[in-house]
Design a protein. Structure first.
Length: 151
């Protein structure tokens, strides 16, 4: 999901209930998805508690975190705040002339400096076609789920 904050913004108070429902559903997808090894990539410029209580609960379900170059300590804290303070300093010290550099927080609680590289749309499409046969069907994914109990 790109620009996660957009899901939490509302034009007026009448949308509050709808936003709460979407937030709860998304949190449930993140929580239950982890049990199947399905992870969400939630992206945004600033994803903090000011968007509402649901966003911090969702962020807690995201075990890995990636923080590219940031200009202020608050933005680094939103992403990496519960890690080593050195990770925050490192995120703020990434030079503007080195695009793709990020601080990556792993499930092990450690953080690493990483650099991504550019992949063209054509190369991504080629890779998707090449490996499409590896995609499991929904039936394969859900075969071992317990059957729902009906009353």
């Amino acid at each position: 999901m790109d620009e996660l904050a957009e899901l939490y913004l509302m034009a007026d108070k009448s949308e509050k209930d709808e936003i709460a429902k979407v937030s709860t559903a998304l949190l449930r997808v993140a929580h239950l998805g982890r049990a199947f090894g399905i992870y969400l990539f939630c992206c945004g410029q600033r994803i903090g508690s000011d968007l509402g209580p649901g966003v911090t609960a969702l962020r807690a379900q995201c075990s890995g975190r990636i923080c590219h170059r940031v200009n202020d300590p608050e933005t680094a804290t939103m992403t990496l705040g519960d890690l080593d303070p050195a990770a925050l300093v490192s995120a703020r010290s990434i030079p503007a002339e080195t695009p793709g550099v990020a601080i990556v927080a792993g499930q092990d609680g450690q953080w690493y400096r990483a650099r991504s590289f550019y992949v063209t749309e054509q190369a991504a499409e080629r890779a998707a076609r090449t490996h499409a046969h590896l995609t499991p069907s929904w039936d394969e994914i859900t075969t071992h789920l317990p059957q729902p109990v009906t009353a």
